[in-house]
Design a protein around this ligand. Structure first.
Ligand SMILES: *Cc1c(COP(=O)(O)O)cnc(C)c1O
Length: 419
């Protein structure tokens, strides 16, 4: 459920007409709903009510906007970060260092040191080599780093190949069959307090079966580690729960997910950690765009809009579907391809799709743009960096400004020897 609904014929974010935001801030622009973010954060937590002791860490890469992170911090969420920059954002947004989990296959020496200096709660190690480096840095500081070992359970998540992370050929984690040996060696290191295992098999999962299979394997691993004399107190089950992009999509609900987790993890006697991203933020945001013009095409008309693949990359890189709607729908539809102005054939949001009829200067939205939307935006074709707005009831604020080409050019320099 979200708070982007038609009222008096105009799409609103909570109580604000999207026409107002488009007029006052310009387009394209991302719009987030505070009530929706808070609702999703609450529903995810409630879904896990029978899962015992839990720790929730929002996957910052899904939406790193500081205002969004502050909302989640206020909901008691920590953060799952995958870079030093994300760590700084989570801290700046008010998340407690001990509630931050540091994931990622390529944490650098500098990032590991930064994490230690900030006192972050847990490092999810993705290789033996990373564990050795972290131990060395921690030991030199006279501290022990809390860590888990991320394992690769070799489970097919059944999602798009580019967001699948738990097959044995993927770069993430260590293969589950060698995990006990690596765990044994890492547990001897002076700078590590190895306290459990972590897993994350992919994103936009549409079924619970792959997750259940993965968690069952984690259960076997925990038993094996304990048999070998290790103390296991924390197990990080990652993120990945899918969201509906099309009106007919029906991914598992947080309640169904939570019930499965409670069933599979019964008796583990650990703190269960979760790293939800998309399921919290995805349907909490839309992107508003304006129609530049309609151009006749061979199979259908092209609706050329002022948003492009640089503003919302998912269709271009994952063949992703984002539902398009007119902000002031007439009730009529048309068959059209919706495309941006960028000089790439992948700059297409919808191909020969039945959509609300729109004309030049009309406004439209792409739904489910709150996760992996603005965070992936860039300035390709020297376009401005797209701004972000947060709505709260009948008020709104610009929470990320549009960054114009002039600002970006100001950070570029033509060396004297070219003048
Ligand atoms: C991306 C990522 C997540 C979040 O995935 P969602 O599908 O957005 O829930 C969680 N954990 C790790 C390690 C990730 O890389």
């Amino acid at each position: 459920m979200d708070h982007f609904q038609l009222k008096n014929g105009i799409l609103h974010a909570e109580d604000i007409p999207l026409t107002q935001i488009a007029n006052e801030v310009g387009t394209p622009v991302y719009v987030y709903s505070r009530a929706t973010l808070e609702r999703h954060a609450r529903v995810f937590r409630e879904g896990l009510k029978d899962a015992g002791d839990i720790h929730l860490a929002f996957a910052v890469k899904a939406n790193p906007n500081l205002a969004v992170l502050r909302i989640l911090a206020n909901q008691g969420y920590g953060a799952d970060v995958v870079s030093g920059g994300e760590m700084q954002r989570a801290l700046a947004a008010g998340m407690k260092a001990e509630d931050i989990v540091f994931s990622g296959v390529g944490k650098s020496r500098e990032e590991l040191a930064l994490g230690l200096d900030k006192g972050i709660g847990q490092f999810n190690l993705e290789s033996e080599e990373e564990g050795e480096m972290l131990s060395e840095i921690a030991a030199a500081r006279g501290v022990k780093a809390s860590a888990t070992l991320r394992v690769n359970p070799d489970v097919d998540a059944g999602t798009h190949a580019k967001i699948s992370t738990g097959k044995k050929e993927n770069k993430f984690g260590v293969a589950i069959d060698v995990a006990p040996d690596i765990y044994a060696r890492l547990s001897q290191l002076p700078g590590l307090d190895l306290r459990g295992a972590a897993v994350h098999i992919g994103s936009q999962l549409q079924r619970l079966e792959p997750l259940e299979k993965c968690y069952a394997r984690m259960g076997e691993l925990i038993a094996e580690l304990r048999n070998a004399g290790h103390v296991v107190t924390h197990v990080d089950l990652g993120g990945g729960l899918g969201v509906p992009y099309k009106p007919e999509d029906n991914p598992p609900s947080p309640a169904e997910y939570g019930a499965m987790v409670a069933r599979v993890t019964r008796g583990w006697d650990v703190t269960l950690m979760f790293e939800p991203g998309r399921v919290i933020a995805g349907n909490s945001g839309v992107m508003i765009t304006k129609v530049i013009r309609i151009k006749p095409g061979v199979n259908s008309d092209f609706v050329i809009i002022d948003a492009a693949m640089n503003d919302l990359m998912r269709p271009a890189i994952y063949d992703a579907w984002h539902h398009f709607e007119a902000v002031e729908p007439s009730g009529e539809t048309m068959v059209a391809s919706i495309v941006g102005p960028i000089c790439e054939s992948s700059d297409i949001f919808a191909k020969e799709r039945v959509v609300d009829r729109v004309e030049t200067d009309d406004l439209g939205i792409f739904r489910t743009a709150g996760a992996y939307g603005a965070t992936m935006a860039n300035t390709y074709n020297s376009r401005p960096l797209v701004p972000e707005v947060l709505v709260d009831g009948d008020r709104y604020a610009v929470v990320a400004e549009r960054i114009d080409p002039a600002t970006i050019m100001a950070a570029e320099h033509v060396p004297d020897w070219l003048k």
